[in-house]
Design a binder for this molecule. Structure first.
Ligand SMILES: [Zn+2]
Length: 329
């Protein structure tokens, strides 16, 4: 069978454990399995124990599974469930709830919740310190407030001017959109004070970029380093190319997922939901970059290694979400 293109094909394809192991191995180790303990050439020559579905290192003689050193480490959940769960997460535009994973894959809702958080960690990309923008490149930046009652959401901008940095229990997210790259970055910020928002601009955007913001005073004085254009939202949303509609579009996607699919998200976990939405947005289909679910799935799978999220880190409690004994190292 060819590699899957649809959810149904993915569930069928990944029903075989060996197929799952090979898929994860291929995406996490581009040039063959490596011992997680040994370094350099010593790590490079393990052999596969077919019956145990594990590798054995020729140098240190230890055995290891494909899950070690990835978001799947220590999980008793088989890859036959992890991989379809990942497929669901990258393919559903508004995200997928733990209840949906529970129903579709036959794991408890609590386990599904934990799985989704680990999978979101895999979706978290790395900007490698690369800044957005550049000469003649347009970058939008904007903030939004998340949390509180839904019907108050539209008042968030008004609130900003009144509060001078406070957010009345809401979480503030600042975002950037590079229009050429069509890439969004977003992160939680403590307040909307000028030094906070502007220091993020300096961190994320190259000097000399064209930067578009709304008329919040926090963005005054950006002109010394950027070509700064301001849109006054109360008068008109669009003045030629000067607008922040791209960011507004991203916020509405994020909020649709948060309000519709996930219902209640604690601020503590919000960053992972933002990473999830950024992954789908930055890897969406565009005419010059026609990515599909299969491409997004493989990209996500290539990001599962060197990341861990334990149940304790997630909840502050010890004990795994699943009740069976964790897989040995
Ligand atoms: Zn070794």
């Amino acid at each position: 069978m060819d590699s899957p293109k649809t959810l149904q094909q993915a569930i069928q394809y990944f029903s075989d454990e060996q197929v799952c192991i090979e898929a994860v191995a291929a995406m996490r180790w581009m040039d063959g399995a490596r011992c997680p303990i040994c370094v350099g050439d010593d790590a490079k020559n393990p052999y596969y124990l077919k019956t145990q579905k594990r590798w054995k290192c020729r140098s240190c003689r230890r055995q290891f599974s494909v899950k070690v050193g990835t978001i799947f480490e220590d999980s008793p959940i088989p890859l036959q469930k992890w991989l379809p769960a990942l497929w669901l997460l990258i393919s559903c535009k508004n995200g997928v709830s733990s209840w949906e994973i529970h129903r579709s894959l036959g794991v408890s809702q609590k386990t599904a919740w934990f799985m989704l958080h680990r999978l979101r960690l895999a979706l978290k990309g790395s900007s490698m310190g690369m800044k957005l923008g550049g000469p003649d490149t347009e970058v939008e930046t904007d903030e939004t407030f998340i949390g509180g009652r839904k019907k108050n959401m539209h008042a968030d901008k008004k609130l900003r001017y009144e509060q001078k940095g406070g957010a009345q229990g809401k979480t503030i997210v600042q975002g950037f959109l590079d229009r050429d790259l069509r890439q969004v970055r977003a992160k939680i910020v403590p307040n909307v004070l000028r030094e906070t928002l502007q220091s993020e601009v300096l961190k994320e955007v190259k000097y000399g970029s064209k930067i578009y913001t709304d008329d919040a005073v926090a963005y005054n004085d950006l002109r010394s380093r950027f070509v700064h254009e301001v849109v006054n939202k109360t008068e008109s949303y669009v003045r030629g190319r000067v607008h922040v509609n791209g960011m507004e579009n991203f916020w509405s996607l994020l909020k649709r997922g948060l309000n519709g699919t996930y219902v209640a998200v604690e601020p503590f976990h919000l960053e992972r939901y933002i990473d999830e939405q950024i992954f789908r947005y930055n890897n969406r289909f565009t005419p010059d970059n026609p990515l599909n679910d299969s491409d997004r799935f493989l990209l996500a799978l290539s990001q599962v290694a060197n990341k861990r999220l334990t149940y304790k880190e997630l909840t502050g409690k010890s004990g795994d979400a699943a009740t069976t004994t964790p897989e040995p190292f």
